[in-house]
Design a binder for this molecule. Structure first.
Ligand code: NAD
Ligand code: IPM
Ligand code: MN
Length: 370
């Protein structure tokens, strides 16, 4: 089997703890399937800053560009609150996304049957939930210029962030949304603020045109992003694919995480454009949650978002559908067997730490692959 190159970037806080569990599953995969996965590790975020004074080094960037996929833990934490803005831990992740061209961020929110009571919402609202938030990841207010704090010289300052979208950026994320919807329930809901923002008016216009010209057999609906957020909590199952900009997508996906019971459950895939010659697309897989400084170092973080991100990696970077499904089934089986980390703990279940949760999924994955 040709080797498959993964770059593991554990990062900060709980990142290294959950990354270790993903590694366990890759070992199972290599043993059971001759998957041929080779893992190289690198530093990112605060860990990289402490090492070389940057949130990611050029050498690590080169490794990321040359890998078949990057597996990313999480970055950030109060320890680095004082570092210069350009060097803050989160800048490492933003550089990876921008320079690798990872414009399409898939954030699926699935309610596992065993967790239907773990959400703060009532069971009937989230039971059977299966939605996909598609977040534009390389544009918008995250990257628009100017982005600055200006001293006005009269004792006042002015802070500016700029929301910018060009036609091609909206076209390609809209196409990705419709293509994904075609493999699901055929419905896309686009969310913006066209009542306030020029970028919202334009977003709406471009998504509507792509729908009309290329995907008119599918359903397209539009929501103002604030009302969309409300509906996501009131009646989430009305959605299939939600396509939205970088900032709204960040917020809406944290909201969606709580429909699934915990931020520790939500995986993500960030994908670039397929290469014309090889068809290969650059990709990074990471949990939606952050470095959880409040629980870091205690061995209690939920590794499922990280493990489910590995399942997305198998599906989207390596077309290993059978293995991806086996891994997702191993997660569901573990939950069905009443094994829980603290964040999803319920009465009558067995509370375990990060490593035991990883072991439990690995054991079921091994059986599932056999
Ligand atoms: P967070 O996601 O780190 O934590 C929010 C809450 O969810 C905390 O109470 C935390 O304990 C809990 N939580 C998160 N993941 C969990 C898991 N796997 N298991 C159990 N509980 C979990 O968000 P925050 O506290 O706002 O941010 C902390 C740091 O992480 C900040 O520096 C932020 O910039 C960074 N961050 C990084 C990423 C990333 O690396 N992709 C994403 C979000 C936030
Ligand atoms: C996420 C995070 C990041 C974002 C931060 C850490 C830069 O919140 O991936 O959701 O805002 O995109
Ligand atoms: Mn976020």
């Amino acid at each position: 089997m040709a080797s498959r190159k993964l770059l593991l970037l554990p990062g900060d806080g709980i990142g290294p703890e959950i990354a270790t569990e993903a590694q366990k599953l890759i070992t199972v995969l290599n043993e059971a399937t001759e998957g041929g996965f080779e893992i190289e590790s690198g530093l990112v975020g605060g860990a990289a800053y402490d090492d070389c004074g940057e949130a990611i080094s050029d050498t690590t960037m080169e490794l990321a560009q040359a890998s078949d996929a990057v597996l990313f833990g999480s970055v950030g934490g109060p320890r680095w609150d004082g570092v210069p803005y350009e060097k803050r831990p989160e800048a490492g992740l933003l550089r990876l996304r921008k320079e690798m061209g990872l414009f399409a961020n898939l954030r699926p929110a699935i309610c596992y049957p065993a967790l239907a009571d773990a959400s703060s919402l009532k069971r009937h609202i989230i039971e059977g939930l299966d939605i996909l938030i598609l977040r534009e990841l390389t544009g918008g207010v995250y990257f628009g210029e100017p982005k600055e704090i200006v001293d006005l010289g009269n004792g006042q300052k002015r802070a500016v962030d700029t929301q910018v979208y060009e036609t091609y950026e909206i076209e390609r994320i809209a196409r990705a949304a419709f293509e994904l919807a075609r493999t699901r329930r055929g419905k896309v809901t686009s969310m913006e603020k066209r009542n306030v923002m020029k970028t919202g008016v334009f977003w709406n216009e471009v998504v509507s045109r792509v729908h009309r010209e290329e995907f008119s057999d599918l359903t397209l609906e539009h929501e103002l992003a604030d009302a969309g957020g409300m509906k996501l909590v009131r009646e989430p199952k009305q959605f299939d694919v939600i396509v939205t900009d970088n900032l709204f997508g960040d917020m809406l996906s944290d909201i969606a995480a709580m429909l699934t019971g915990s931020l520790g459950m939500l995986p993500s895939a960030s994908l670039g454009k397929p290469d014309d010659a090889s068809g290969r697309r650059k990709a990074l897989y990471e949990p939606v949650h952050g470095s959880a400084p409040d629980i870091a170092g205690q061995g209690i973080a939920n590794p499922i978002a990280m493990i489910a991100s590995l399942a997305m990696c198998l599906r989207y970077s390596f077309a290993m559908t059978r293995e991806a499904e086996a891994l997702e089934a191993a997660i569901a089986d573990t939950l069905n067997d009443g094994i829980r980390t603290g964040d999803i703990m319920a009465e009558g279940c067995r509370k375990v730490g990060t490593s035991e949760m990883g072991d439990a999924v690995a054991e079921r994955f091994r059986t599932g692959l056999a």
